[in-house]
Design a binder for this molecule. Structure first.
Ligand code: GDP
Length: 639
């Protein structure tokens, strides 16, 4: 089937979990349309695997295929058009009988079918289903799935793409009068009907208008006579008898394949359930995020003080003094740059980034992060992303460099661009967080710092929604199965932390040293000053900040965490809270949080998503930072 587009329809009774399954299967980029001439809506999405593109239609929920409601008519019309290469019948595994009846009806029409048993997570708590027995009874693949945990969704997507759907010769055992009527009608049916003679005959006997319209009125008339005679002879309608036969058979099969389960949920199962059920999962996730934030802020700053104290004691000004001893301005600038870089690395990497990665490692290793991904999957789809994008976003709170690297795991370019933009503009790395908390939080008040964080969340959502609309749709899907919840292993967590910090040293540290040396040289030779004036209409005019802040912003492109230190230097010995007003620190925090990625992130982005997009995202971030900074400035002046 390689290289061609396959059409598959999902059908199922209402409330069996069909739309949840559709969302998991097709991921982002779903298109909703109306059936021509009806108000009935259907969704269409795409799955791609190994060169096969499967266009999946989510048909309206129907109890049966008789054509008694608009929804049923739409489903029958869709099936009769013959454009579906296969149909996935979606049945609720916690209430199988109804789903099996719909499956019988579909099989009877001679359509290739895969049966998906949804809500398997819930069914398993009460019963054991013999899937193989069901599959061999029906003669089609039967796939248990859970849209809640994503279990089996990938296998189902594979089965659809590999063309595993089968036409079955399974037959419902109808009563003798029905069987006789079916064969009598079947013999008179013309060639070339969209469905099998048996299926069409049964539908005619059920008095289905949609099927009557497919054939000659004369045959329809014969069916009417048979139904009339049957009802006079037996006192009950043919439709009732056919439905009764189907239900009896479905019940017999269910009795055969379903067994009592001795399933006892463990504590981990219960906790796991709480984390992925939205009502409890969202508050848990919010609490986890706040706990991460609090740990980074408090434990981070405590470790920062400790590490800086040790550096002061052990090294002090020894490196800078070395330059002074030689008496060269240039060498002093270089050594000051190196000294600043070492301090930044010690003060940033160990307290903030390492702590963050340890927390991340614990969340990953315990299996919690995958649960958050599954929980957020649907919400993230609205932003044009998968739940899996939550991981790079969380990583971005540590450092944007590994976050952009983590974007690599996402296959669609479109999602890479959306996600990179969100990370660069709206996910503050630990250095930006240190500025938001340490400058705005300290000098303007913690509520303003939280206000900036809320603004960033809204900005992330707006960026996602907007870019999702602007960028051309590209199909991608990813169903992540959740591992069991477990105690994280210390060695795993430490290994991962080291692995990630190692990445940081390899990419960010050399740039940090180089950047600092350049800044120090420029400062030493008074070159940066030339930049202040041309930029002051923005810095002073729009943002209401001291003109020299533009230097802090430029330095921040090289190293975000250095912007605050630079501001201290620019203040020229005046205390920061005297140099700038509390309102100015709010604007400074807003701009610092949004504008330009740092050089290390820029280079990583360049490698991952290409230079055009990198430039576009960077320019956009500067514009958004200026707009939001100006708006903040105006608002603060008004109130
Ligand atoms: P539809 O009417 O067939 O499209 O059904 P929905 O997808 O709207 O789901 C109906 C209900 O079943 C919702 O409350 C879902 O949360 C729930 N549901 C869907 N799939 C699963 C699943 O795999 N496991 C569990 N436990 N609940 C599910």
């Amino acid at each position: 089937m390689s290289g061609k587009t396959v059409h598959v329809a999902l059908i199922g009774q209402p409330n069996v979990g069909k739309s949840s399954l559709f969302t998991r299967l097709t991921g982002v980029g779903v298109i909703s349309s109306n059936y021509p001439g009806t108000t009935v809506e259907f969704d269409e999405g795409v799955i791609t695997r190994n060169g096969t593109t499967v266009c999946v239609h989510d048909l309206p929920g129907t109890y049966a295929l008789s054509g008694t409601s608009d929804d049923e008519k739409v489903v029958i019309r869709d099936l009769s058009e013959g454009k579906n290469d296969a149909v996935v019948v979606v049945a609720d595994s916690t209430d199988l009988v109804g789903g099996l009846v719909l499956c019988f009806e579909t099989l009877e029409l001679g359509i290739p079918v895969i049966l998906a048993l949804t809500k398997i997570d819930e069914a398993r708590r009460k019963v054991r289903i013999d899937i193989d027995a069901l599959s061999s009874t029906l003669g089609i693949p039967v796939m248990p799935v859970s849209s809640k945990t994503s279990e089996g969704v990938d296998d189902l997507a594979d089965a659809i793409c590999e063309g595993k759907a089968r036409i079955s010769d399974f037959r419902v055992r109808y009563s003798e009068p029905v069987e006789k009527a079916v064969s009598a009608l079947g013999d008179g049916l013309p060639e070339g009907l969209p469905f099998t003679p048996r299926g069409t005959s049964v539908k005619l006997l059920e008095n289905s208008e949609e099927f009557s319209s497919l054939i000659d009125a004369r045959i329809g008339g014969v069916a009417d006579i048979i139904r009339k005679i049957h009802s006079e002879d037996t006192g009950s309608s043919m439709e009732m008898e056919i439905a009764g036969n189907r239900y009896t058979m479905a019940q017999e099969i269910v009795d055969d394949i379903i067994m009592e389960s001795d399933y006892q949920p463990t504590l981990a199962d219960r906790i796991s359930d709480l984390t992925i059920t939205p009502v409890t999962g969202i508050p848990i996730l919010t609490a986890v995020c706040l706990a991460i934030l609090a740990t980074i802020v408090y434990l981070g700053s405590a470790l920062d003080t400790l590490v800086s104290g040790i550096y002061e004691k052990v090294v002090g000004t020894a490196i800078i003094d070395l330059g002074a001893t030689v008496g060269s301005d240039f060498l002093t600038a270089v050594l000051t740059g190196i000294d600043g870089s070492i301090q930044a690395i010690l003060g940033l990497v160990i307290p903030y980034i390492m702590v963050f990665y340890i927390i991340l490692g614990i969340l990953e290793d315990s299996g919690y992060l995958t649960r958050a991904v599954v929980l957020l999957d649907r919400t993230m789809h609205r932003l044009g992303l998968h739940g899996g994008s939550f991981i790079p976003i969380i990583v971005g709170l540590g450092c944007n460099v590994p976050a952009i690297m983590a974007v690599r795991t996402i296959h669609s370019r479109r999602e890479k661009v959306i996600l990179s933009s969100m990370i660069v503009m709206a996910v503050p790395c630990s250095a930006q967080m240190a500025i938001i908390m340490g400058a705005t939080g300290q000098f303007s008040g913690i509520m303003y710092a939280f206000g900036i964080l809320v603004m960033l969340v809204l900005l992330a959502i707006a960026t996602g929604v907007l870019m999702n609309k602007l960028l051309k749709y590209e199909p991608s899907n990813l169903a992540m199965e959740i591992p069991s919840l477990q105690m994280p292993s210390a060695s795993n967590v430490l290994f991962k932390t080291w692995y990630r910090i190692k990445d940081f040293f390899m990419i960010a540290f050399p740039l940090l040293v180089l950047g600092s040396i350049v800044v120090e040289i420029l400062l030493t030779f008074d070159v940066l000053d030339a930049i202040v004036d041309p930029l002051s209409p923005v810095t002073v005019g729009l943002l209401g900040l001291p003109a020299v802040c533009s230097i802090a912003f430029i330095v921040g492109i090289l190293r975000k965490e250095m912007a605050l230190g630079m501001l201290q230097i620019l203040a020229g010995g005046v205390a920061l809270d005297v140099f700038m007003t509390p309102d100015q620190f709010v604007v400074f925090g807003v701009v610092m949080a949004i504008y330009m990625p740092c050089v290390a992130t820029l280079i990583t982005m360049w490698k991952e998503i290409g230079w055009k997009e990198t430039v576009a995202v960077s320019v956009m971030s500067v514009v958004v930072a200026i707009v939001l900074g100006t708006a903040t400035n105006i608002l603060l002046q008004m109130f």
